[in-house]
Write a protein that binds this ligand. Structure first.
Ligand SMILES: NC(=O)c1ccc[n+]([C@@H]2O[C@H](COP(=O)([O-])OP(=O)(O)OC[C@H]3O[C@@H](n4cnc5c(N)ncnc54)[C@H](OP(=O)(O)O)[C@@H]3O)[C@@H](O)[C@H]2O)c1
Length: 339
């Protein structure tokens, strides 16, 4: 394999700063060759996730990133050479390839993505958005942790993002009234007009708390929290007695200096309102994946669930695409088409 391997290295950790282009550098190395039991992969679409930034802050459900390593991240990748029996050139997989053209990984834990999951004409990228981590996180977080019932009010933050846009639509499918929280009036209009949310509230407005209360006059039954921080606090005060909060992520705290204090109302409101807060990681529900994927496929096929993808071109643009995601540039699932 004579071709060069472009790699984006996390040159140094941002520490308490906002993530910037200078934290990354692009280098070229010779493309690697697979050894015994290994597979050579060519990355096609790199997944951009808010979690990429969280991994720079310390250990989470995976070990912390360090300066000098190829930036970690998942990707839809194609098998180029295989030294394992269950994978062959041309197979598509999802793997932690990092931000680079080629990766060599042990083949043992890699599984071919089932093309049969895609309906006629459905793009392969759906395997990474609606049938990937974003779709499954939305599905399990809402239905298992939130336990919504028809007629209830569901609120979701980062509602125009990859997880949030699916959460709101599933809640509508389940017969709930859905209020999305997102930055700016334009995103709010898109949530209501295109995705069928009942209402949207701009958390960047100085009137945010009042606007939120106006949209949930009887209170909130289920809150799907992607952000933590001030948005979490505002919804906490609007929760109904016996409400459920699915704690999915803490976007407000990934990029930049840590907040000066935590949300008010903890634990007092959790006690007096008898709330249930449940944190989860999507992998907790691996044993229910097939049922979830069948439901998601059915909703996409029937047109009840719209898949919004935000595709940036070019490996070299991956750092800017992540910085932009953290600043709210994306609608739906952001990814980078490598070439
Ligand atoms: N628990 C799990 O297993 C699991 C799995 C996957 C993802 N997650 C979590 O899911 C959440 C969504 O991640 P994603 O990768 O899908 O990202 P995303 O929602 O596609 O993109 C991030 C969005 O967050 C919004 N945002 C940024 N800073 C914010 C702030 N300070 N307050 C409120 N909103 C802010 C931005 O939109 P605006 O324009 O609206 O600001 C941005 O578009 C993250 O918390 C992530 O960690 C959890």
């Amino acid at each position: 394999m004579a071709e060069a391997n472009r790699q984006i290295v996390l040159d140094r950790l941002p520490a308490g700063d906002k993530l910037a282009r200078e934290h990354f550098k692009l280098i070229e190395t010779p493309a690697p060759s697979p050894g015994e039991g290994e597979v050579l992969l060519r990355t096609r679409y790199i997944s951009l996730d808010a979690a990429n930034r969280a991994w720079m802050q310390g250990a989470t459900y995976r070990s912390a990133l360090e300066g000098g390593q190829v930036m970690a991240g998942g990707a839809l990748a194609e098998v180029v050479e295989s030294n394992v029996g269950h994978l062959a050139p041309g197979d598509m997989i999802f793997a932690d390839t990092g931000w680079q053209d080629y990766a060599v990984l042990p083949g043992q834990r890699l599984a071919k993505l089932p093309a049969a999951r895609l309906a006629e004409g459905e793009p392969v990228t759906h395997l990474m958005s609606v049938y990937g981590i974003a779709g499954l996180t939305a599905y399990f977080g809402l239905l298992e942790c939130g336990q919504p019932k028809a007629g209830e009010t569901v609120v979701v933050s980062a509602a125009a993002g990859s997880v949030g846009s699916i959460v709101g639509q599933i809640a509508r499918i389940k017969g709930c009234r859905v209020v999305g929280i997102a930055g700016g009036a334009e995103k709010g209009r898109w949530l209501v007009d295109e995705l069928g949310f009942d209402a949207a509230v701009d958390y960047k407005s100085p009137e945010f708390k009042r606007l939120l209360r106006a949209e949930v006059p009887d209170g909130v039954d289920v809150y799907f929290d992607n952000t933590g921080g001030a948005v979490f606090e505002a919804v906490l005060f609007a929760m109904k007695n016996f409400g459920r909060i699915a704690c999915c992520g803490a976007l407000s705290q990934y990029d930049g200096a840590p907040p000066p204090h935590g949300p008010r109302g903890i634990p007092g409101l959790i006690v007096t309102k008898r709330l249930t807060l449940r944190g989860f990681v999507v992998m907790d529900f691996d044993d229910q994946r097939e049922k979830a994927l069948a439901d998601l496929q059915g909703w996409v096929a029937s047109g009840q669930l719209k898949v919004q993808e935000d595709i940036v071109e070019g490996l070299e643009n991956t750092p800017a695409a992540l910085i932009g995601l953290l600043a709210g540039d994306n609608r739906g699932k952001r990814m980078v088409k490598v070439r």
